[in-house]
Design a protein around this ligand. Structure first.
Ligand SMILES: NC(=O)c1ccc[n+]([C@@H]2O[C@H](COP(=O)([O-])OP(=O)(O)OC[C@H]3O[C@@H](n4cnc5c(N)ncnc54)[C@H](OP(=O)(O)O)[C@@H]3O)[C@@H](O)[C@H]2O)c1
Length: 296
């Protein structure tokens, strides 16, 4: 049995899809807001605010009845600008509530937590961070993630570090990917940074690689789960235009600092690249593409 905490979000929707496609397991999906109509065999939805201990305790009691339970804990307050503005609220959701849940869930066979490349900080000269490198986050969100990682690791649980993730949304709310497609469909240019690099990955590949790590009983506490290529957002925009059959000319390259296109307020690293050698060693992979399905 799997349980996804924060199942109704971008990544949670893909985790659910992959678990249903790649395993025969049942799934308890937990979130603050749950779909009104969704009825799928093998899936049960439970509404829960992870900051409300009374409700969390009742969810944990239900989860404790399953042997070999595998939990993927995704619920978070993670917009870096909002985290900076509401530091105490963010810490309460991202660290305090997470810690309470993890401490009460000793019965679970596995708990996986999605961290981020933001824990590493800035990549100088296209350096690719490895799992054991020192952490140097540049904003409060990154510090929340470092604190959350420490809780998981020191409880003997697992962390996967993701890069910038991008795919069409399955979550009933548009993702950045969908905004790009909408703009191209309307023949509107879309500005994207060409000087900011990430080891970007689709939500689907992030979910599939994570579920495979769980199924293979990975014993490495922290694994970078990312693509092989150093991609600027402009590169990703060109790929999306090609995949979706639109003119690439509508993707317009700009530099970070030239203009604040995505409404970024809080400091972000210009480039953060990750090394995925450990992931490829564990899963016996030669290559991880941003969109193509990995050859697992
Ligand atoms: N997206 C990326 O590029 C990326 C990269 C690295 C790591 N991550 C991490 O992956 C995780 C999931 O990210 P995502 O992109 O899927 O974000 P998301 O769409 O916001 O998913 C988070 C889910 O958690 C729910 N949630 C928030 N507060 C909650 C609460 N108090 N109680 C119960 N549920 C709550 C959200 O509900 P509402 O939407 O209703 O608030 C949402 O459904 C986060 O930990 C994030 O830091 C994401």
């Amino acid at each position: 049995m799997y349980s996804i905490i924060g199942a109704n979000g971008y990544l949670g929707s893909y985790m659910k899809k992959v678990i249903l496609e790649d395993t025969n397991e049942g799934l308890i999906c937990v979130d603050l807001n749950i779909p009104e109509t969704e009825k799928e065999d093998r899936v049960r939805w439970v509404r829960c605010d992870i900051t409300d201990r009374r409700i969390v305790d009742s969810v944990l009691e239900e989860l404790s009845k399953y042997e070999n339970l595998k939990i993927i804990y995704l619920a978070a307050y993670h917009n870096p600008d909002l985290v900076e503005q509401n530091k105490q609220l963010a810490w309460n959701i991202n660290v305090t509530s997470l810690s309470y849940f993890i401490n009460q869930a000793d019965f679970a066979k596995e708990i996986y937590y999605p961290s981020t490349d933001s824990v590493y900080g800035e990549s100088v000269d296209f350096y690719h961070f490895k799992e054991g490198d020192p952490l140097n986050p540049v904003n409060v969100y990154g510090h929340n993630k470092c604190a959350a990682e420490a809780i998981l690791v020191h409880k003997g649980r697992n962390v996967v570090r993701f890069p910038f993730l991008i795919s069409p949304s399955l979550a009933g709310k548009p993702h950045f990917y969908d905004r790009i497609v909408e703009s191209l469909r309307n023949d509107q240019p879309f500005e994207m940074y060409e000087d900011s690099y990430r080891s970007s990955l689709s939500f689907e590949n992030a979910a599939r690689l994570t579920v495979t790590l769980i199924e293979k009983e990975n014993r490495h506490p922290i694994v970078n789960v990312c693509g092989d290529k150093d991609l600027s957002k402009y590169d990703v925009g060109l790929m999306i235009a090609e995949r979706e059959g639109f003119s690439k000319d509508l993707i317009v390259p700009i530099n970070m600092g030239e203009i604040v296109v995505e409404g970024f307020v809080t400091k972000r690293a210009t480039s953060t690249l990750m090394d995925n050698a450990l992931l490829k060693q564990i899963l016996d992979l030669d290559y991880v593409d941003i969109f193509e399905r990995p050859k697992l």
